[in-house]
Design a protein around this ligand. Structure first.
Ligand code: HSE
Length: 439
């Protein structure tokens, strides 16, 4: 058997400790499959004295991850520190410069510096592997890069953030407020250190930028992603969606259109009959539309120590076997520049919720504004007035929720029509607009 592969791990949080445990547990099987033992020989973390439930006493300890990355005690550097700059970036660059392969779970760093790092890895003829960076335990990177190599992909979309899906699922199923669900997600350890990353859609955007590159052969460009978070979603929207046969999910969508590759992250209405609609809680899911395979959906744990460690260990196993793919599937010089398509040019169906002053002519005026722009309505639903607490308001002046579902049209057309509706003076407050993603 060949010499053992000596692994150095920087970052001993939940994922780092799980990688050590998993390598111990699967050590014999991994060695048999790779023809080579895998041994963690060195580690680095902030606090040496902390008990992480794993024995690191026989590993060389480094306070500085960059020193670990450069060390001759290791052949492979595993970065689990996080952050798109600082020690994570410095350590990965040091490892690649010194000719070592790198495994990372760091989506934010790849979204920002993925191209430069891929180029460095190619120049040094070493691997840069990142299965754990998108959708945790779901092997989506390998699926897109290797498993679907014989396909032309037309769309990739998915639930890529467990925190958002957990919040939307609990709001829908238990009628809880957004704030309550977010607090629970944080208490259970699903949310990122800064929850805006999750709920604002940025974590999903980072992951989507990586998937787009793998699926469409474009350079990773997180700036090309249109991003909206879930903060504006109310219980009224979730209830209306349910009645109309939809669920609301925060989706990342990358789609080939005649204008280029659209990349967008936003709350989305998905038909309840779709595979993705059934995915509840912290679970992630990715659906791929491709010519040969048609539709493929992968569902699984998107976060958590062992699930993420599963992806990290899969990358380590590839490197132990001597497999070195171009990080994003093509040599970095062959990746095309991603198009930046303004969301106004998006075409699709729309859900619109208006709060309408209940007066004769209101519904007709709204319908006219839509018809003037050739927007065709699939359904229109008016609800009884929401009773105001403690006040017996007169029915004639009360505002009522009106929900419209449109057939496919363009975003700019919808926005123009709504501007006209607002000017007509029949509605109170800003319209709620949610894009529909069809199967
Ligand atoms: N905060 C992320 C999520 C963790 O909720 O999915 C995994 O990237």
């Amino acid at each position: 058997m060949a010499e053992p592969l000596r692994v150095g791990i920087a970052g001993l949080g939940t994922v780092g400790a799980s990688v050590i445990r998993l390598l111990e547990r699967q050590g014999a099987a991994l060695a048999a499959r790779s023809g080579r033992a895998v041994k963690v020989t060195a580690v680095s973390a902030r606090d040496k004295s902390r008990d992480r439930g794993v024995d690191v006493s026989n590993m060389v300890w480094f306070d500085d991850p960059v020193a670990l990355a450069k060390s001759s005690d290791i052949d492979l550097f595993v970065e689990l520190i996080g952050g798109d700059e600082g020690p994570a970036r410095a350590a990965i660059e040091a490892a690649l410069s010194s000719g070592k392969s790198v495994v990372t779970a760091n989506k934010a760093l790849l979204a920002k510096h993925g191209m430069a790092l891929a180029k460095m890895a190619e120049d040094k003829r070493v691997a840069l592997a990142f299965e754990a960076s998108v959708a945790g335990g779901i092997p989506i990177v390998k699926t897109l890069r290797e498993g679907l190599a014989g396909n032309a992909i037309s769309r990739v979309y998915g639930i890529l953030n467990g925190t958002c899906n957990y919040i939307l699922s609990r709001m829908e199923l238990e009628g809880l407020s957004f704030e309550e669900c977010l607090k629970d997600a944080q208490r259970l350890g699903y949310a990122e250190a800064d929850p805006t990353f999750d709920i604002g859609g940025f974590d999903t955007a980072h992951k989507l930028a990586i998937l787009t590159s793998l699926a469409f052969g474009t350079a990773v460009d997180a700036e090309a992603v249109h991003v909206e978070g879930i903060q504006s979603i109310t219980l009224a929207d979730l209830k209306a969606a349910e009645e109309l046969g939809y669920r609301i999910k925060l989706l990342g969508v990358a789609q080939r259109t005649d204008k280029g590759i659209e990349q967008r992250v936003h709350p989305t209405m998905v038909p309840k009959s779709s595979s993705i609609a059934e995915v509840m809680g912290v679970t992630n899911a990715v659906t791929i539309d491709a010519d040969a395979v048609k539709e493929l959906t992968l569902v699984g744990p998107g976060a958590g120590g062992m699930a993420t460690a599963s992806a990290v260990v899969a990358d380590i196993a590839d490197i132990a076997k001597g497999i070195r793919s171009a990080p994003f599937g093509l040599p970095s010089s062959a990746l095309e520049k991603a198009s930046r398509i303004p969301v106004q040019r998006h075409e699709g169906g729309y859900y619109i919720r208006l709060t309408v002053h209940d007066r004769p002519g209101a519904a007709a005026a709204i319908a006219t504004r839509m018809a003037e722009r050739q927007i065709s309505l699939e359904s229109i639903m008016q609800r009884k007035p929401v009773p105001k607490r403690g006040a017996a308001a007169s029915a004639s002046t009360e505002a009522v929720p009106v929900v419209l579902i449109t057939y496919a049209t363009s975003e700019s057309t919808i926005r123009e029509a709504l501007e006209a509706v607002v000017k007509d003076g029949y509605i109170a407050g800003a319209p709620q607009v949610i894009r529909i993603e069809r199967e």
